[in-house]
Write a protein that binds this ligand. Structure first.
Ligand SMILES: [Zn+2]
Length: 94
C-alpha cells in the first residue's frame, strides 16, 4: 500500500499496513519488511498474532457468527488506528 513509507521499520508504519499484510494485499517487498519487524518487535508481533486469531476464528465459525466477531475486529481496527495515527492536536502538520 505505502511501500515508500516502509523504508525504515517502525511500529507506526507496520501497524498501518498490518491488516493488509495479513490479508496478503501488500507487495512482497513491503511484506518482507513487515515480517522482519514482527519478529523483532514483541508489541507488533503480539498485535499481528491477535489479528490472525480473530481472522482464523471468523473463518472457522462461518458467516452467521462472523457478524458478531466483526465487532471485535472493528474494535481491534480502532485500536490499531489509534496506534498508527494518534488523535493528537496538530497532527495535520506532520
Ligand atoms: Zn513494532
Amino acid at each position: 500500500m505505502f511501500p515508500s513509507m516502509l523504508s525504515r521499520s517502525g511500529c507506526l508504519r507496520v501497524t498501518r499496513v498490518l491488516q493488509s499484510y495479513l490479508d496478503g494485499e501488500i507487495d512482497p517487498e513491503t511484506s518482507a519488511i513487515v515480517a522482519q519487524h514482527l519478529e523483532e518487535c514483541r508489541k507488533c508481533g503480539l498485535e499481528a498474532s491477535t489479528y490472525r486469531t480473530i481472522k482464523t476464528a471468523i473463518a472457522q465459525v462461518g458467516d452467521e457468527a462472523a457478524s458478531v466477531d466483526r465487532a471485535a475486529v472493528e474494535r481491534l481496527r480502532h485500536f490499531a488506528d489509534d496506534l498508527a495515527d494518534p488523535p493528537t492536536p496538530g497532527r495535520s502538520q506532520a
